[in-house]
Design a protein around this ligand. Structure first.
Ligand code: PGA
Ligand code: ZN
Length: 420
């Protein structure tokens, strides 16, 4: 039984307000959840409610969302008994009543949903990942961490158009070894950048943000840093993954502006193919814009047998959109962000649809994060095999990787990596 539901405005990793939601049960059990927030958001994402009050955090305040939790949502839920978080989620969806959770705010809704899921696990004396594995009816596994070590796009002030350059220790023997590999390559990359005269300041997700504009130059540096650290570049060792977040550099005319060049969808696909020929790129997320569905079908036909093509802004963790994409043979993988859809239940549904269709899934943080580690448990519990949570640096990023290490330590029998 829910005794109390309470939200407060806290800060995210970018010094912007977000929500912390605390749920107290009648048994005196208390859990809390922190709400993430994106910068390069898809237009069809569930709606994050901001106050637009210029006197309060420059318009970024979430006082209205907080008031919805403490008012309407608390009134609807407190004093009532729920046996599963799915029941709470159904209640939240009905209470909001809109498709995009725009009335109560997806930030308010996901905060309560995360807290409800955590309350169910805690009440049952289970770890969050165990509870999720039972609900999703899948075999849990430890995911390959995708460390975002070079930041560009909307996450950094440099001239790099691609948003994320990740290293993925696909060939690591275990999760702790994968984290160690990530940290070692990160250190080597930092040394290389410093030697090359580049600034080593960090972007929003903890990766370096050097003054480089050509993506190929970054890929070259990553391969060198992997080698410097004594690892093998490639799928048997450490592979590369990209999130260009192409919607962000798409022009109104439907072209893609990269380092001064204006490319058509097909020219950009050619460029990706060249990158895959020259570098061990194993995954590309949002390679094309969210409105370029015809481009996406050609991208998938060209590269889908060779690499993972992940839909983020185009899919927004939305079960209906993913279903349409599967039908139209768009991408072969989905990025999974809980706040894009707004409840844990709908997130699990999106992942189930992917599993049934043979689409892989990568659980993801947002560029604005808190110390909350729910997504680490989500990745483990759904057995999807992949998690991206930024660089192996900055507390809010490292919290997720450290949670994976704790799970791995407590449960040595859990397998690591993607199912091949
Ligand atoms: P966001 O970026 O959290 O700023 O939307 C993450 C991503 O594009 O994957
Ligand atoms: Zn993305």
């Amino acid at each position: 039984r829910i005794e109390r539901l309470h939200a407060v405005e806290i800060l995210d990793s970018r010094a912007r307000p977000t929500l912390s939601v605390t749920l107290t049960t009648a048994d005196g059990l208390r859990v809390r959840a922190g709400v993430p927030s994106g910068a390069s958001t898809g237009t069809r994402e569930a709606v994050e409610l901001r106050d637009d009050d210029p006197e309060h955090f420059g318009g970024q305040g979430v006082a209205r969302a907080v008031a919805h939790v403490n008012g309407e949502m608390a009134e609807a839920l407190t004093g009532r008994s729920f046996s599963t978080f799915a029941e709470v989620d159904a209640e939240l969806i009905a209470l909001d009543g809109t498709d995009a959770k725009s009335r109560l705010g997806a930030n308010a809704v996901i905060g309560v949903s995360l807290a409800a899921a955590r309350a169910q696990a805690t009440a049952a004396g289970r770890e969050m990942w165990q509870c999720l594995a039972e609900v999703a009816e899948v075999a849990p596994r430890l995911p390959v961490p995708h460390f975002n070590v070079v930041n560009g796009g909307a996450h950094a002030a440099n001239q790099l158009d691609f948003q994320e350059f990740m290293i993925a220790p696909l060939g690591a023997p275990s999760l702790p070894e994968a984290v160690r590999a990530g940290a070692e390559v990160y250190a080597r990359l930092k040394a290389r950048l410093a030697r090359g005269g580049y600034a080593i300041g960090l972007g929003d997700e903890g990766g370096f943000a050097p003054a480089i504009d050509r993506p190929e130059e970054v890929l070259r540096l990553l391969v060198e840093a992997i080698t410097d650290a004594g690892y093998t570049p490639g799928r048997d060792g450490i592979a590369l993954a990209l999130d260009p977040a192409a919607s962000e550099f798409r022009t109104p005319e439907g072209r893609y502006r990269i380092a001064g060049d204006e490319l058509t969808s097909d020219q950009l696909i050619d460029r990706y193919e060249e990158m895959c020929d020259r570098f061990p790129v194993w995954s590309i997320e949002d390679g094309l814009g969210e409105d370029d569905w015809t481009g996406w079908t050609r991208l998938t036909a060209r590269l889908g047998d060779r690499i993972q093509l992940v839909g983020d802004d185009i899919f927004v963790t939305n079960p209906a959109i993913i279903t349409e994409a599967i039908d139209r043979k768009v991408a072969n993988s989905a990025l999974i962000k809980v706040n894009q859809i707004g409840t844990v239940t709908e997130t699990l549904e999106a992942m189930r649809i992917c599993r049934v269709a043979g689409y892989t899934q990568m659980v993801s943080h947002r560029s604005g994060e808190t110390e909350d580690t729910f997504i680490a448990d989500l990745a483990v519990g759904t057995g999807c095999g992949q998690l991206k949570s930024g660089a192996p640096a900055r507390g809010e990023r490292v919290a997720k990787y450290n949670r994976l290490i704790e799970i791995s330590d407590a449960e040595p029998a859990l397998p690591y990596g993607i199912v091949r």
